[in-house]
Design a protein. Structure first.
Lengths: 317, 248
């Protein structure tokens, strides 16, 4: 269990984290979502005791990180934002160093084997860390975080800088870990949380602006009912036809490609019904339809959405 | 104890698995060997039959201290600066380790490097002793002084390494600091009268010189131990400051 109570961190006049409170229950897997500079890393550094909060407190399984740092740190496995490894050590050498420093008693060798096995590093055991690809380095970072089988895992941007295949691998690795530990991970990529997490905390400029389940978040991201349409045809006629389609509130051309393909953003109340209408209308006119798809909100759009909502709620209240 | 030993092994590996320490060792041994030869030559030519302590050992070890001052920054520069540069401080300081254990492992690793280098110079008194026996307690006092002096200077280097993530900056400032500390009182006439007492209290040379004469004075021992402790304390505070400043 991770508990943060009114965490605040100030760097001089700059308030990096502003009165953030949350709780991650045992066995939960929670995402900390926010753009770069929103305070994710600072929160994680306070949770791991690397930074001290200006005010507020946090505890790991009931152990206050400031009052009993050694005991609290024992419970945590931590992947720092910038994967920090000793480049001249071998994978195996590094992991057994971490195992010993982490106080894995007696069974260092088997702990190292297990961590390498889980993270797919067995074939790289003798390789120098400095010579590994970025994806493998990230795996070494995760392996060192889980080597002492911690109850709490704190992962700062675990998939940043990886290629798409590696991202899929690391995400499935995190999902397998979620059965074993409480996981808090940070990301600035919106789809990442929906794939890996069950609950999400949304940060903006150091403030916790929303807390939601992934289902709720998906609803929000699809909530605006925007549809993206790519079609070949005369611009004016296409626009007129789309605007006349039942259910469409507004439509505008957002891109004109060289091959005569127009990209339109169509706004409507109910996304799915409008999309089938649109396809029929466009095909009947004999225009070539390349794509009709729901437009998901970007992280920035989501923030606008959340802030607008809370604004509306305040006004109605 | 076990985590500490792992930490110490990692620090030692950091030195002995990289080529730098071997180059530093080669330069140190070449220079100290040269000073041994030239001092011995001078002793035989001009001072034979006079006090061997005054005319050979005292001069030889003053020269060796000069070489030690040159190589200390090269050994201590990496200890914290490299960890900060790699970001591995974050691993060490979020592991269940006491800050003091981290410092102690780094200090002991540096001291082991110098134990090897200084240990090799014991060859010189052994060679002479075989030709002509002399009072060994003098040389013993010199080695005690050397150990204390190196301990204090290494601690200064470690502290300065904890302030930066650039090794070269740590090395330059360490060299400047320990050279000044060694030479501070060299021209007593340049120091205003009232200040002379204080300056020679601070100056490392003034506290090492009695050892070179074969005199072990508790106040000199205390000076070097106090300096080592003070620098260790400052290093701990400097590493703690990340928690408040937000800089690693």
């Amino acid at each position: 269990m991770i508990q943060a109570d009114h965490l605040t961190k100030e760097y001089g006049l700059f308030r990096a984290v502003d009165d953030v409170s949350f709780r991650v229950e045992r066995g939960e897997i929670v995402g900390l979502l926010g753009p770069n500079g929103s305070g994710k890393t600072t929160i994680m550094r306070m949770l791991t005791g690397f930074f001290a909060p200006t005010s507020g407190s946090c505890s790991i399984d009931g152990v206050d990180i400031r009052k009993d740092p050694l005991q609290a740190r024992r419970l945590i496995g931590y992947l720092p934002e910038r994967v920090a490894l000793y480049p001249d050590m071998s994978v195996q050498g590094f992991l057994s160093f971490i195992a010993k420093v982490r106080g894995v008693e007696g069974r260092v060798a088997s702990a190292v084997e297990e961590a390498m096995d889980v993270c797919g590093l067995t074939s790289m055991r003798r390789r120098q860390i400095g010579k590994l690809s970025k994806g493998y380095k990230q795996r070494v970072g995760i392996a060192q975080a889980i080597i002492h089988q911690p109850q709490i895992l704190i992962l700062d941007e675990p998939t940043v800088g990886l290629d798409p295949r590696q991202i899929v691998e690391i995400r499935s690795l995190i999902r397998t870990l979620s059965g074993l530990a409480t996981v808090l991970l940070s990301t600035h990529i919106l789809p990442e949380v929906s794939v890996t997490c069950r609950r999400v905390l949304i940060l903006d400029q150091g403030k916790l602006i929303a807390e939601d389940t992934v289902e709720g978040l998906t609803e929000k991201t699809a909530g605006r009912g925007e549809t993206s349409v790519r079609v070949s045809g005369p611009e004016a006629a296409v626009l007129a036809a789309v605007r006349e389609t039942t259910g469409v509130e507004s439509a505008e051309v957002t891109e004109r490609a060289r091959a005569g393909i127009l990209t339109l953003t169509v706004r409507s109340r109910s996304g799915s019904a409008v999309r089938s209408h649109l396809v029929r209308v466009l095909v009947e006119r004999g225009w070539e339809v390349h794509e009709v798809s729901p437009r998901l909100l970007s992280l920035e759009d989501l923030f606008v959405e959340i802030l607008e909502r809370s604004g509306r709620e305040e006004r109605t209240a | 104890m076990k985590p500490f030993l792992a930490l110490l092994a990692k620090e030692l590996r950091g030195f002995f698995a990289s080529p730098l320490v071997y180059f530093v060792g080669a330069v140190f041994l070449a220079l100290s060997g040269y000073y041994f030869y030239t001092n011995l030559n001078a002793f035989i030519t001009f001072g034979f039959g006079e006090s061997i302590v005054e005319h050979l050992w005292q001069r030889l070890y003053a020269d060796i201290v000069r070489v030690v001052i040159t190589v200390i920054p090269l050994v201590t520069m990496r200890v914290y600066a490299e960890e900060k540069h790699l970001g591995t401080v974050e691993l060490l300081y979020t592991a269940p380790l006491r800050d003091f254990e981290i410092l102690a492992s780094k200090y002991l690793a540096c001291m082991s490097v110098f134990a090897l280098l200084i240990g090799a110079t014991v060859l010189y008194p052994i060679l002479i002793y075989r030709v002509e026996a002399f009072d060994l307690s003098h040389v013993g006092a010199i080695y005690l002084g050397l150990f204390l002096l190196i301990s204090a200077m290494v601690s200064i280097g470690i502290f300065l390494s904890s302030l930066t993530e650039t090794q070269l900056i740590a090395a330059v400032f360490t060299f400047g600091s320990i050279l000044l500390l060694w030479n501070l009182s060299w021209n007593e006439a340049a120091v205003p009268g009232d200040w002379l007492g204080l300056v020679s209290q601070i100056c490392a040379y003034d506290h090492f010189e009695p050892f070179a004469r074969g005199v072990v004075d508790l106040k000199d021992v205390a000076y070097f131990l106090a300096l080592t402790t003070l620098m260790g304390w400052l290093t701990m505070r400097s590493m703690e400051s990340r928690q408040w400043s937000g800089r690693r």
